[in-house]
Design a protein around this ligand. Structure first.
Ligand SMILES: O=C(O)[C@H](O)[C@@H](O)[C@H](O)[C@H](O)COP(=O)(O)O
Length: 256
């Protein structure tokens, strides 16, 4: 089979976070429309950090078909679902409690398995297998959209620099017990899953991200975890950033 290099990241930079939120919600609705037309549903993975708050352009937006969404977490902290550190709680607070999404369409970790992270991550993997099973027999799930943030050290989801998890090739979901960012116990989607997605969108704002973005976009050979997100063709990676975060980046911007 001919091998196609992954397509280059597409960088959108906005003069303020409000414009970013607007453009991102437009992008998401377009992706949803395409997915629903093709397969009658929209599969999305979402991470934590500052990302969920940038999804608030979806609240009350016409055209969002919440009953078609199937939501997974790109990474999740192993804490109770109502704990302040839970990415699920964060997404509930910022978005899902404010929109008519059926609760069954949001796939959470099974915290009762907390004493065995292997079991807990396997159970989450099964949840994904169940959702993606009747698609073609692809080895990995093909998410319509994965939404990610990037940390100051270049980590994304719970894929941290120099961690053995970066070379995981088989599992869909893996666990980590020694996350350098609190809390230490987490599960995360692996690269094979992230890099099989139809679209991955990163969101990063603020001057505090300027150095990180420069390395991630201008020096991909440095191999920071976020640089390694390069979905296989026809998948694509998009960056939604503000001018402050992009201030040091030379990588070419695309106009939306
Ligand atoms: O659970 C987490 O910690 C997040 O999923 C993580 O991957 C986050 O997206 C980055 O750390 C960026 O965080 P900020 O957007 O808050 O900088």
């Amino acid at each position: 089979m001919p091998h196609h290099a992954p397509s280059a990241p597409i960088l959108y930079s906005f003069s303020n976070p409000e414009e970013l939120v607007d453009a991102l919600s437009h992008f998401i609705v377009k992706a949803q429309k395409e997915a629903v037309e093709k397969r009658g549903k929209f599969t999305v993975a979402i991470s934590g950090g500052s990302l969920p708050q940038f999804l608030n352009g979806l609240i009350g937006k016409p055209g969002v078909k919440w009953d078609k969404w199937q939501v997974f977490y790109a990474d999740e902290r192993v804490v109770p679902l109502d704990h302040p550190d839970s990415n699920h709680k964060l997404c509930m607070d910022k978005l899902f409690s404010k929109v008519p999404i059926p609760p069954d369409n949001i796939h959470t970790i099974d915290y009762s398995l907390k004493d065995d992270l292997e079991d807990l991550s396997d159970a989450y993997e099964k949840e994904l297998i169940h959702e993606f099973a009747n698609k073609d027999s692809a080895r990995f799930p093909i998410f319509d959209l994965i939404l990610l943030g990037v940390g100051p050290d270049g980590h994304t989801a719970s894929l941290f620099p120099n961690h053995p998890l970066l070379s995981e090739e088989d599992r869909w979901v893996a666990y980590i017990e020694d996350s350098p960012k609190e809390p230490p116990e987490r599960i995360t989607l692996t690269y094979p899953v992230i890099n099989h997605a139809s679209r991955v969108a990163f969101v990063a704002t603020g001057a505090g991200k300027a150095d990180t973005l420069k390395t991630v976009l201008d020096e991909p050979e440095a191999g920071l975890p976020a640089s390694r997100v390069r979905p296989i063709t026809p998948g694509q990676v998009f960056w939604f950033v503000d001018d402050a975060a992009a201030s040091k980046v030379e990588y070419p911007r695309t106009k939306m």
